[in-house]
Ligand binder design. Structure first.
Ligand code: FMN
Length: 139
Protein backbone atom coordinates (compact mmCIF):
# COMPACT_ATOMS: atom_id res chain seq x y z
CA UNK A 1 0.00 0.00 0.00
CA UNK A 2 1.23 3.45 -0.88
CA UNK A 3 1.86 5.77 2.03
CA UNK A 4 2.40 9.49 2.21
CA UNK A 5 4.07 11.32 5.07
CA UNK A 6 4.85 14.91 5.80
CA UNK A 7 6.98 16.33 8.60
CA UNK A 8 8.50 19.61 9.68
CA UNK A 9 11.86 20.16 11.36
CA UNK A 10 14.23 22.98 12.26
CA UNK A 11 17.19 23.40 9.93
CA UNK A 12 20.69 23.90 11.30
CA UNK A 13 20.80 27.62 10.66
CA UNK A 14 24.57 28.01 10.28
CA UNK A 15 24.80 25.69 7.29
CA UNK A 16 21.36 25.34 5.69
CA UNK A 17 22.45 27.11 2.51
CA UNK A 18 24.99 24.42 1.71
CA UNK A 19 23.04 21.61 3.40
CA UNK A 20 19.98 21.97 1.16
CA UNK A 21 21.67 21.26 -2.20
CA UNK A 22 23.60 18.36 -0.64
CA UNK A 23 20.41 16.85 0.78
CA UNK A 24 18.65 17.20 -2.57
CA UNK A 25 21.56 15.64 -4.43
CA UNK A 26 21.68 12.69 -2.08
CA UNK A 27 17.88 12.26 -2.15
CA UNK A 28 17.80 12.26 -5.93
CA UNK A 29 20.51 9.62 -5.94
CA UNK A 30 18.92 7.34 -3.32
CA UNK A 31 15.15 7.79 -3.65
CA UNK A 32 14.59 6.27 -7.12
CA UNK A 33 16.07 2.95 -5.90
CA UNK A 34 13.54 2.88 -3.05
CA UNK A 35 10.62 4.11 -5.15
CA UNK A 36 10.36 7.25 -3.03
CA UNK A 37 9.09 10.54 -4.40
CA UNK A 38 8.40 13.86 -2.71
CA UNK A 39 9.30 17.45 -2.12
CA UNK A 40 11.54 19.29 0.33
CA UNK A 41 10.54 22.86 1.16
CA UNK A 42 12.64 25.34 3.07
CA UNK A 43 10.75 28.15 4.76
CA UNK A 44 11.84 31.13 6.84
CA UNK A 45 14.78 33.31 7.65
CA UNK A 46 17.92 32.53 9.68
CA UNK A 47 18.03 31.60 12.50
CA UNK A 48 14.48 30.22 12.16
CA UNK A 49 14.56 28.00 9.13
CA UNK A 50 12.04 25.19 8.82
CA UNK A 51 12.11 22.18 6.54
CA UNK A 52 8.82 20.71 5.40
CA UNK A 53 9.22 17.45 3.55
CA UNK A 54 6.61 15.24 1.90
CA UNK A 55 7.69 11.70 1.09
CA UNK A 56 5.69 8.92 -0.47
CA UNK A 57 6.35 5.28 -1.18
CA UNK A 58 5.88 1.79 0.25
CA UNK A 59 5.50 1.59 4.03
CA UNK A 60 8.76 -0.24 4.79
CA UNK A 61 10.82 2.06 2.59
CA UNK A 62 9.39 5.14 4.28
CA UNK A 63 10.07 3.66 7.74
CA UNK A 64 13.72 3.14 6.83
CA UNK A 65 14.08 6.60 5.33
CA UNK A 66 12.42 8.38 8.27
CA UNK A 67 14.76 6.48 10.62
CA UNK A 68 17.76 7.75 8.66
CA UNK A 69 16.48 11.28 8.29
CA UNK A 70 15.57 11.65 11.96
CA UNK A 71 19.18 10.93 12.98
CA UNK A 72 20.58 13.53 10.59
CA UNK A 73 22.40 16.35 12.45
CA UNK A 74 21.47 18.89 9.76
CA UNK A 75 18.11 19.38 11.46
CA UNK A 76 16.32 18.85 14.79
CA UNK A 77 12.84 18.59 16.25
CA UNK A 78 11.29 16.42 13.55
CA UNK A 79 7.51 16.50 13.92
CA UNK A 80 5.23 14.29 11.83
CA UNK A 81 2.39 16.40 10.40
CA UNK A 82 0.69 13.78 8.28
CA UNK A 83 0.92 10.02 7.80
CA UNK A 84 -1.69 8.40 5.58
CA UNK A 85 -2.34 5.72 3.00
CA UNK A 86 -3.05 7.04 -0.48
CA UNK A 87 -4.20 5.63 -3.81
CA UNK A 88 -1.80 7.68 -5.91
CA UNK A 89 1.32 9.79 -5.59
CA UNK A 90 1.13 13.58 -5.49
CA UNK A 91 4.76 13.93 -6.62
CA UNK A 92 5.07 11.04 -9.06
CA UNK A 93 7.55 12.87 -11.27
CA UNK A 94 9.89 14.03 -8.48
CA UNK A 95 12.55 11.88 -6.82
CA UNK A 96 12.82 14.93 -4.54
CA UNK A 97 11.60 18.34 -5.62
CA UNK A 98 13.24 21.28 -3.91
CA UNK A 99 11.63 24.59 -3.11
CA UNK A 100 12.70 27.65 -1.14
CA UNK A 101 10.01 29.97 0.15
CA UNK A 102 11.67 33.39 0.35
CA UNK A 103 11.69 35.23 3.70
CA UNK A 104 9.58 38.02 2.21
CA UNK A 105 6.58 35.68 2.01
CA UNK A 106 7.41 33.68 5.12
CA UNK A 107 4.64 34.90 7.35
CA UNK A 108 1.85 32.66 8.52
CA UNK A 109 -0.95 33.02 5.96
CA UNK A 110 1.18 33.58 2.91
CA UNK A 111 3.49 30.59 3.22
CA UNK A 112 0.67 28.16 2.66
CA UNK A 113 -0.66 30.12 -0.33
CA UNK A 114 2.79 30.44 -1.87
CA UNK A 115 3.67 26.79 -1.42
CA UNK A 116 0.32 25.65 -2.72
CA UNK A 117 0.61 27.83 -5.83
CA UNK A 118 4.08 26.62 -6.58
CA UNK A 119 3.16 22.97 -6.07
CA UNK A 120 0.07 23.32 -8.25
CA UNK A 121 2.12 24.79 -11.05
CA UNK A 122 4.71 22.03 -10.92
CA UNK A 123 2.89 19.04 -9.74
CA UNK A 124 -0.88 19.12 -10.11
CA UNK A 125 -4.06 19.11 -8.02
CA UNK A 126 -3.30 16.18 -5.71
CA UNK A 127 -0.31 18.10 -4.35
CA UNK A 128 -2.61 21.07 -3.66
CA UNK A 129 -4.95 18.87 -1.65
CA UNK A 130 -2.01 17.59 0.33
CA UNK A 131 -0.79 21.08 1.14
CA UNK A 132 -4.26 22.08 2.36
CA UNK A 133 -4.18 19.06 4.66
CA UNK A 134 -0.82 20.06 6.13
CA UNK A 135 -2.07 23.55 6.76
CA UNK A 136 -4.96 22.07 8.78
CA UNK A 137 -2.79 19.64 10.71
CA UNK A 138 -0.11 22.24 11.41
CA UNK A 139 -2.53 24.96 12.51
C1 FMN B 1 15.54 17.52 5.92
C2 FMN B 1 16.24 16.31 5.36
C3 FMN B 1 15.63 15.56 4.35
C4 FMN B 1 16.27 14.43 3.81
N1 FMN B 1 15.64 13.71 2.82
C5 FMN B 1 16.26 12.62 2.29
C6 FMN B 1 15.63 11.83 1.27
O1 FMN B 1 14.50 12.09 0.83
N2 FMN B 1 16.32 10.77 0.78
C7 FMN B 1 17.57 10.42 1.22
O2 FMN B 1 18.14 9.45 0.74
N3 FMN B 1 18.18 11.15 2.19
C8 FMN B 1 17.56 12.23 2.73
N4 FMN B 1 18.20 12.96 3.71
C9 FMN B 1 19.59 12.61 4.06
C10 FMN B 1 19.66 11.45 5.03
O3 FMN B 1 19.47 11.92 6.35
C11 FMN B 1 21.06 10.77 4.94
O4 FMN B 1 22.08 11.72 5.09
C12 FMN B 1 21.24 10.09 3.59
O5 FMN B 1 20.15 9.27 3.28
C13 FMN B 1 22.53 9.24 3.61
O6 FMN B 1 22.69 8.77 2.29
P1 FMN B 1 24.06 8.12 1.80
O7 FMN B 1 24.26 6.91 2.70
O8 FMN B 1 23.83 7.79 0.38
O9 FMN B 1 25.13 9.18 1.99
C14 FMN B 1 17.56 14.07 4.27
C15 FMN B 1 18.16 14.82 5.29
C16 FMN B 1 17.52 15.93 5.83
C17 FMN B 1 18.19 16.74 6.91
Amino acid sequence: MLRQMMYSSRARSETYETDLPEILRCSRRNNPEMGITGVLILVGEAPNITYIQAIEGEREHLDLLVDTISGDPRHTGLKILLDQEVEARAFAAWSMGGMVVPPSVADAGRIEAEVRDALCRFSGPSACTLISQIAKVAA
